[in-house]
Design a protein around this ligand. Structure first.
Ligand SMILES: Nc1ncnc2c1ncn2[C@@H]1O[C@H](COP(=O)(O)OP(=O)(O)OP(=O)(O)O)[C@@H](O)[C@H]1O
Ligand SMILES: [Mg+2]
Length: 258
């Protein structure tokens, strides 16, 4: 399967401090890929680099066979890249419907109305609440709205930054079911940023583990779930610091050279 999105040896600095160091990764068309790692490992920076909010110092970013490294964010969105930011940032004082329409700001065509209808069909709860102020919805509903808003630009890839963060376990299950449905039913590829590897790898085909800005491990979800280093660092402990993964040694998983 050809890659829809690809990083080739991408390095990003904030001032003089490196945030990503020679990161190469691929998201295949139609796939769900999870990006794992502890605090400050570079997950959000990777997402911002895909969106063009930050620019690489070195390396290149490819989407659908084109080098998009120098493209503006609106151009990337028009090409089919969307994002769901951290902490479900919806516009609390706006209605559900106005929040959704904000997601279509790059589009001028009449397709916007039909996209709205499609999203209401996909998330009937949003249709029922279209006149409600977004800030008065539950956490799970706001996450649904954040997904709906991302879908309004008609994306081929959605990057999601920790969509389950701070939600009760039963709601987390619903959010992950929505992620799976967005991929399966709508054919949208997903980059799922998560600290909780066990949850992320349940819905993802493959995963990358970042450690202080570098890819420490990557492999299929099955391989990563079985990997002793990943198990030790993440599983059964909820959110664990990535420092615990220092002992990772690949056996059946592809490991990046240090
Ligand atoms: N705007 C910025 N200016 C300077 N440094 C930054 C900026 N944004 C991020 N960083 C630094 O870059 C590194 C990677 O941050 P990033 O937000 O990508 O990590 P993360 O994996 O998303 O962490 P978390 O799990 O806490 O969300 C951190 O050391 C962080 O302090
Ligand atoms: Mg982050």
């Amino acid at each position: 399967m050809s890659a829809l999105l690809e990083f080739r040896d991408v390095s990003v600095d904030y001032g003089t401090s490196p945030a990503l160091i020679g990161v190469s990764l691929e998201i295949g068309a139609g796939r769900v890929v999870s990006l794992l790692g502890g605090n400050a490992s570079g997950k959000s920076t990777t997402m911002k680099t895909i969106l063009g909010v930050v620019r690489p110092r070195a390396g290149s970013v490819w989407f659908d066979g084109e080098d998009i490294t120098r493209w503006s964010t609106p151009r990337r969105i028009r090409a089919g890249i969307a994002s769901v930011p951290e902490a479900r940032r919806v516009f609390p004082e706006m209605t559900v419907e106005d929040n959704l329409l904000m997601g279509a700001f790059t589009r001028t065509d009449r397709a916007v109305r039909s996209s709205l209808a499609d999203i209401y069909a996909f998330f009937p709860r949003l249709a029922e609440r279209r006149r409600q102020l977004a800030g008065s919805m539950s956490g799970g509903e706001q996450q649904m709205l954040a997904f709906g808003r991302a879908l309004m630009s008609g994306p081929r890839l959605i990057c999601m930054d920790e969509p389950t963060m701070g939600l009760a376990p039963v709601i987390v299950e619903q959010v992950l079911a929505h992620v799976a449905a967005i991929n399966r039913d709508l054919g949208v590829s997903v980059l799922l940023v998560e600290q909780n590897a066990e949850l992320a790898l349940q819905v993802a085909d493959r995963g990358y583990v970042l450690r202080t800005g570098e890819v420490a491990l990557h492999g299929s979800s099955t391989e990563l779930l079985a990997h002793p280093g990943v198990r030790e660092a993440y599983l059964g402990q909820g959110i664990a610091p990535l420092a615990a993964a220092d002992g990772i040694r690949a056996v059946d998983v592809e490991e990046e050279s240090p």
